[in-house]
Ligand binder design. Structure first.
Ligand SMILES: Cc1cc2nc3c(=O)[nH]c(=O)nc-3n(C[C@H](O)[C@H](O)[C@H](O)COP(=O)(O)O)c2cc1C
Length: 429
């Protein structure tokens, strides 16, 4: 006899068994509770950066509203006892269509953030896309996740040698893909951070991929050798910033405190980290620069998606960066529908921005995504309970996807078809 197992039932059993012994899960099981609890344990500065968005927050709201505008229509008496959530993505078999999005400056929500996230991803067998603005060197993060797939995200620097160096490191750590983020050639207008005058990178938080890079280090040393000492106004804030930069910089604290390098590294980073002039011509050079599959992240227009695929990229992430770049931008889910229509069924399309639950993953797949990336939800798990918090958030999302499939009649991901969702008759415009 086959029993109706699967990640949904397994997670429920784990939680309810624990509950019978008086143990509660480390994170609330609903997103609103998760968000509220995470805010309570986060500093103002950390919350502004992680939860904040562009302008008046309309893109973040659009992302959620787009999900509310669709409703799932479950089918009955399908007789499926088990589900298969696995898929092939860029040549790798994954247990579920969920990846961890690249999220920079994670240390705001807990020390050694990227290593903890990597371990949690590995515990669930889900791929982790390392952020170029990460807080641990990619080699250290990769070492924490065994054979579990890792992809590396790239912000295209104005220093082309740094681009090459980052690609070489990504290849050396066994990355399954290079994810080039297109939507952040400059930072968007982010009032939550601006109101506090706070940018993590200027404190040295989120520049570990740079300070661990041999080429970047050379550039910093050349800068400290050639530059005259600059006068800095000595304020309490300036001292705090200096201490933070010093702590974040590789090496011993006291040696760093005497060295001009931590500050020069921050200045160098701010000068070169992204190229506002990024164009299709830059991207065309990638094929000669790497053997890795190339994924473009941050596409919203069908013409851009088509052009990317025509240029030979392996996949596109339909994303508005979690609503952090352009205020009142189109919801990723709405963009996905138009893009899938344009590029056809064969193209590999991923989606992020606004995914909060397993039911959201189901809706995204029904509307044309092959897989999704989660951003803030797992960061909130990190804030609440470190590695365990991240693992629980991931397990909960996959569990709910499995249960939604079970209850809606989809035995595998291919069975999550467009006819299982309809425009939500209960949505109030
Ligand atoms: C705090 C924070 C930092 C981020 N840093 C990066 C980054 O370094 N690189 C990148 O490509 N995207 C970055 N993103 C965007 C995410 O990869 C992803 O697109 C977004 O979080 C998905 O939306 P969601 O948070 O609504 O799930 C960041 C998002 C957040 C919330």
């Amino acid at each position: 006899m086959t029993s109706p197992t699967g990640p949904g039932r397994a997670r429920q059993t784990e939680i309810y068994r624990g509950g019978a012994l008086g143990r509660r899960p480390a994170v609330p099981a609903d997103f609103a509770g998760l968000e509220e609890a995470a805010q309570q344990v986060s500093s103002d500065v950390a919350w502004a950066y992680v939860a904040g968005g562009a302008g008046e927050g309309r893109t973040m709201r659009n992302n959620r509203a787009a999900f509310e505008r669709w409703a799932i229509v479950p089918r009955m008496l399908h007789g499926n006892l088990t589900r298969d959530l696995s898929l092939d993505l860029l040549g790798t078999r994954l247990p579920a269509p969920v990846l961890l999005a690249p999220v920079g400056a994670g240390a705001l929500m807990g020390a050694d953030s990227d290593v903890k996230i990597a371990r949690a991803a590995a515990s669930q067998g889900l791929p982790y896309v390392f952020s170029h603005q990460g807080c641990n060197p990619m080699e250290e993060t990769a070492a924490a996740m065994g054979e579990t797939p890792r992809w590396v995200q790239l912000y295209w620097s104005t220093d082309e040698d740094l681009v090459d160096s980052t690609i070489q490191r990504a290849e050396a750590i066994g990355a399954g893909a290079l994810v080039v983020t297109l939507d952040t050639t400059m930072l968007g207008w982010r009032p939550q951070d601006l109101t506090l005058g706070s940018l993590p990178f200027s404190q040295g938080i989120g520049i570990a991929q740079y300070t661990s890079d041999p080429h970047f280090t050379e550039v910093v040393r050349a800068r400290t050798a050639s530059k005259d000492k600059q006068d800095v106004q000595v304020t309490l804030g300036a001292i705090r910033t200096l201490l933070s930069m010093t702590r974040q910089y590789p090496g011993r604290f006291l040696a760093n405190l005497r060295s001009p390098e931590p500050r020069a590294a921050v200045e160098t980073f701010l000068d070169i980290y992204s190229n506002p002039g990024l164009s299709w011509e830059h991207l065309a050079t990638l094929r000669e620069r790497t053997r890795l599959p190339v994924v473009l992240k941050g596409i919203l227009h069908p013409d851009d998606a088509q052009r990317a695929l025509d240029a030979g990229v392996d996949a596109v992430v339909v994303s508005n960066h979690g609503g952090r770049q352009v205020d009142n931008a189109i919801a990723s889910l709405d963009a996905l529908i138009a893009i899938r229509e344009r590029v056809g069924a064969e193209a590999t399309l991923l989606l992020d921005s606004g995914i909060r639950t397993g039911a959201d993953v189901f809706t995204a797949l029904a509307l044309g995504a092959d897989a999704v990336l989660l951003g803030r939800p797992y960061m909130y798990g990190l804030a609440l309970a470190g590695e365990r918090g991240v693992a629980e958030v991931l397990a909960n999302v996959v569990a709910e996807l499995d249960l939604t499939m079970a209850l809606a009649g989809a035995a595998d991901l291919d069975a999550i078809t467009r006819d299982l969702v309809v425009p939500n008759p209960s949505y109030r415009w």
